[in-house]
Ligand binder design. Sequence first.
Ligand SMILES: *[C@@H]1O[C@H](CO)[C@@H](O)[C@H](O)[C@H]1NC(C)=O
Ligand SMILES: *[C@@H]1O[C@H](CO)[C@@H](O)[C@H](O)[C@H]1NC(C)=O
Ligand SMILES: *[C@@H]1O[C@H](CO)[C@@H](O)[C@H](O)[C@H]1NC(C)=O
Ligand SMILES: *[C@@H]1O[C@H](CO)[C@@H](O)[C@H](O)[C@H]1NC(C)=O
Ligand SMILES: *[C@@H]1O[C@H](CO)[C@@H](O)[C@H](O)[C@H]1NC(C)=O
Ligand SMILES: *[C@@H]1O[C@H](CO)[C@@H](O)[C@H](O)[C@H]1NC(C)=O
Ligand SMILES: *[C@@H]1O[C@H](CO)[C@@H](O)[C@H](O)[C@H]1NC(C)=O
Ligand SMILES: *[C@@H]1O[C@H](CO)[C@@H](O)[C@H](O)[C@H]1NC(C)=O
Length: 404
Amino acid sequence: MLQINTIMKDTYILINVLFFIFTLSNYLTVHCQVEPKEPLAKLWNIENDEIPQYLSIEKNLSMVDGILKPLLDDDNFGGTYIDVIQNMIFVNTLNFTKVEQIKNLTEIRQYINLLNFIRASNSTAKLSSRFQDIYNLANSLMPKECMGYINSKTNNIIIATCNESRNESSNIAFINAINDRMYYPIFIYYNCRKRPDNVTPSLNSRQIVTRVLAGDGIIFENAVDKCSIGFWARIPPNENFIATAGHCYEQDAYYFLFPWNSRNELGVFIGTMQYYFEETIDFGLISIDNDSDIQPVPSIRNTDSEQYKELFIDDVILVSSNGAHLCFSGVFSHVKCGYVAALNGFATDGDYFRENLFIIELASKFGDSGGPVFSYKNLSHVSLNGILSSGVTIFMIILVLSEL
Ligand SMILES: *[C@@H]1O[C@H](CO)[C@@H](O)[C@H](O)[C@H]1NC(C)=O
Ligand SMILES: *[C@@H]1O[C@H](CO)[C@@H](O)[C@H](O)[C@H]1NC(C)=O
Ligand SMILES: *[C@@H]1O[C@H](CO)[C@@H](O)[C@H](O)[C@H]1NC(C)=O
Ligand SMILES: *[C@@H]1O[C@H](CO)[C@@H](O)[C@H](O)[C@H]1NC(C)=O
Ligand SMILES: *[C@@H]1O[C@H](CO)[C@@H](O)[C@H](O)[C@H]1NC(C)=O
Ligand SMILES: *[C@@H]1O[C@H](CO)[C@@H](O)[C@H](O)[C@H]1NC(C)=O
Ligand SMILES: *[C@@H]1O[C@H](CO)[C@@H](O)[C@H](O)[C@H]1NC(C)=O
Ligand SMILES: *[C@@H]1O[C@H](CO)[C@@H](O)[C@H](O)[C@H]1NC(C)=O
């Protein structure tokens, strides 16, 4: 049995050195008349050419949200979230006497037209202490397929579970303990076993298989289990890895490429998973075997787009506002975007407890696990935020990068 702590420390160091590989490359634009909507345009329900404007609004709001949050005390306020479409920061407020003082602060005065103080009943102090208690309960009772987070938009704690696991004894014990404490969080049950929609193969968008992008699929040698590629990692001078979710680990299994829109067949051989963690973080590294013919590329697959088929990873930056956009790329869902619902959630699958998760309320599919989670800087360049972990229909993002 390997000592997890030691390995984790080594991996953090390792992750630390990985990111210098994200180099800028020249970008090719392909011209086309009828453009499908970019994932962000779908999320915000706007046209593609409006995306830069809304990205700039979001940048402004996140900046002001960052200034505002430290000024809000935990007893009179209950969290904030941004709304890009309304160009507004919503501030959950318990005590409106405080609002006038906040608005009068020199650093805030110039932004008051962006702020909307709304009445709320749960303070940050109350939510945090109750969340901490629920977190401890989950950590000791280990309910199956369950996650928890503080949601600013609903100003409450959300406990999301698979409907199929609600009668498990550990889940019942967990719910009963919460009810005994009279916390009244919001319980959400999802049907998790529902099979994902059928993907219709469209072979014309199939790429040259040996060029590997973040978001491409990987398939185990059993030709059944699949995950997605998170990013390309390298230990100098020449050891190359593909980062994915730790729960994609299978002992001694060989991993092969599984391109978008392909059938259940093994693609190009990649290698074996050499490092993985399932507890606390969900992260694994597949070493690219010397015999493998793949060429990893530091960009994200977005081949459903006419113009921006590859999104270049410029840097690693974490979003910091509830309500900000985050997107992922995965072999089944392709690129999808949603809003950040929480910046610090937990999840248990019954065996492992994971923490420090970003939560987005957006469905992903089996097989998207491990794919990159990113935010757009502009239409062709993105910042990497983390990788997709397993979820309860809602998905979760690992803060691999903040734990360095
Ligand atoms: C961002 O904020 C600055 C300063 O408040 C303002 O001048 C600018 O118009 C804002 N940009 C957008 C897109 O809202
Ligand atoms: C509301 O805030 C004001 C100003 O800080 C404070 O004097 C007052 O006690 C607060 N009211 C409550 C109910 O906490
Ligand atoms: C706002 O701040 C100024 C000084 O910066 C102070 O004179 C004034 O009383 C404050 N107003 C309120 C409503 O707090
Ligand atoms: C949960 O499962 C039960 C039994 O299969 C079903 O009756 C119920 O509708 C499901 N609930 C949800 C929220 O899907
Ligand atoms: C859970 O148990 C209840 C009561 O025994 C039952 O009605 C329900 O169908 C069960 N749900 C599932 C998903 O098994
Ligand atoms: C939040 O406020 C609602 C409404 O007052 C309450 O029912 C709920 O128990 C509160 N949530 C928590 C976690 O205390
Ligand atoms: C792969 O190549 C590296 C560097 O050339 C070498 O150090 C390593 O031993 C090789 N691994 C295998 C499995 O052949
Ligand atoms: C996006 O930003 C990069 C610099 O980070 C720039 O080189 C590129 O041209 C921009 N692309 C678009 C589509 O605006």
